[in-house]
Design a protein around this ligand. Structure first.
Ligand SMILES: Cc1cc2nc3c(=O)[nH]c(=O)nc-3n(C[C@H](O)[C@H](O)[C@H](O)COP(=O)(O)O)c2cc1C
Length: 332
């Protein structure tokens, strides 16, 4: 299998394994970290189109990309096609001026069930307004980049509502539609329905990515065997970042060096690197939050992990945390 052997949503990817959009987590240093572990594509956090149009500073800071990243989808959200189209234009202009690797595609969030998003008519609220959802897809498509939409299962019971919505998005020009098999009402609870994802993959070959309950390489395999073009790793990758190399192995695809049976030094070095990069880009406080979130999974299966986790839990600042890694995992 050669590199870039997978053509997904208008992009050539090294594998079908992507990091799902994860608001509050997928800042540039975290995306870079997962790229190193084997994610073939990542997403930005949710970027507000209204915020872009208002020239909100915090919003435009979310456009940062790093040279060490792979393909990144700019994940946009908004409630009206006009705002989304204008916001996307502003984002691309700003990105051009800021520099850094360009975005590989434009993502549209039609999945977020949180009231602060849905009450603005954005995220999963768009599932109730197909005409607006399709129009914003058409408008983004004109900007020349592949459009990736992420949506939820539209309703309980019959799959047909979801299939019809997916068809509308594809007709409007979406290159890829990722379906999370939970309804918005389920939020993040209960099981994610795989039948609806599999049915969409069968009906629209090569155009569907899967999300929902991806915790093991077998889960990845199941979605791919059902015909999905790509699989999004979300909470499974937060709980165990090694799910990327483990899944690549199960698929017999190339794995980044040393990551299959990682030594304590390698684990410590990757965590330290992430901490330093996050501090430089996002500040000390967020760097500590992100490290503590990913640390448990990075130490998984390592002897002495429980004690290291305990000591790291007591560290109040980044330097103290990095010192725990240095002492416990022989990081230079
Ligand atoms: C912390 C967190 C943040 C998320 N942020 C986003 C987001 O910004 N956009 C989106 O479409 N989905 C978001 N999701 C949903 C995930 O991308 C994924 O679809 C969902 O977690 C289901 O996959 P899982 O069951 O394997 O975790 C988020 C999930 C979590 C846990």
């Amino acid at each position: 299998m050669t590199a870039s052997a997978f053509f997904v949503g208008g992009l050539a990817l090294a594998s079908p394994l992507c990091l799902a959009p994860l608001a509050g987590v997928t800042a540039a240093p975290v995306r870079e970290f997962f790229t190193r572990l084997g994610a073939a594509l990542t997403h930005t956090e949710m970027v507000s189109c209204a915020g872009l149009v208002r020239a909100n500073r915090k919003t435009s800071d979310m456009l940062e990309t790093l040279p060490g990243e792979g393909p990144v989808i700019l994940q946009l959200f908004g409630g009206e096609a006009d705002t989304v189209a204008r916001g996307a234009e502003v984002a691309l202009e700003l990105k051009g001026a800021r520099g850094g690797p360009a975005f590989a595609g434009l993502g549209l969030n039609m999945a977020c069930p949180m009231p602060k998003v849905t009450r603005r008519g954005a995220g999963a609220a768009l599932l109730n307004v197909p005409s607006e959802a399709f129009e914003m897809t058409r408008r983004l498509k004109r900007l020349g980049l592949p459009v990736w939409v992420k949506m939820r299962r539209v309703s309980e019971g019959k799959n047909e509502d979801t299939i019809r919505f997916v068809e509308g998005l594809l007709d409007a020009g979406a290159e890829n539609v990722c379906i999370h098999g939970r309804t918005a009402a389920q939020r993040y609870e209960g099981r994610s329905d795989r039948t609806v994802v599999a049915e969409a993959a069968r009906r629209f070959p090569g155009r569907i990515a899967a999300s929902g309950d991806v915790r093991t390489p077998e889960d990845v395999r199941e979605y791919l065997d059902a015909g999905c073009a790509a699989v999004m790793l979300a909470r499974g990758a937060l709980a165990n970042p090694w799910l990327f190399p483990e899944s690549l192995r199960a698929l017999e695809l190339p794995i980044p060096g040393g990551f299959l049976d990682p030594s304590p030094e390698l684990r410590g070095a990757e965590l330290s690197r992430l901490g330093e990069r996050a501090r430089a880009l996002c500040g000390e406080r967020l760097a500590v939050v992100l490290l503590k979130r990913l640390m448990g999974g990075m130490l998984r299966g390592m002897s002495g992990a429980a004690e290291l986790r305990r000591r790291a839990g007591c560290a109040s600042d980044l330097d103290a945390l990095l010192e725990v890694f240095r002492a416990g995992m022989a990081v230079d």
